[in-house]
Write a protein that binds this ligand. Structure first.
Ligand SMILES: C=C(O[C@@H]1C=C(C(=O)O)C=C[C@H]1O)C(=O)O
Length: 94
């Protein structure tokens, strides 16, 4: 039993590592978007884009048998952090 538990935990650790790498790459992209927005005086957030992302992710989550409410909450958590970064980038340029 313990052998199986440790094996499963090994996989969980690998998944967590990929999440960190995925998030790091995503934040590199959003930082670039933040710099572009600041250069062109665009607002930090884009509610229309966010609504489209939520709709898409909820469908993907359903297909993947992941709770769509959780997928939405998770995206919102990340996007609010991104918007704070964009505000900081814009403030640095002001
Ligand atoms: C990255 C952007 O800025 C914000 C952050 C988003 C995100 O993290 O996906 C999406 C929309 C924006 O509110 C963008 O406009 O594309």
């Amino acid at each position: 039993m313990l052998e199986e538990l440790y094996a499963i935990r090994g996989s969980i650790d690998n998944f967590d590592a990929t999440l960190v790498y995925l998030l790091a790459e995503r934040f590199k992209c959003t930082q670039r978007v933040g710099r572009l927005k600041a250069e062109h005086s665009l607002p930090p957030s884009d509610p229309g884009r966010e609504a489209a992302q939520i709709k898409r992710l909820r469908t993907l989550a359903e297909d993947a048998e992941l709770d769509p409410a959780f997928a939405e909450k998770f995206l919102n958590f990340i996007v609010s952090e991104v918007i704070q970064h964009h505000r900081a980038i814009a403030a640095d340029r002001a």
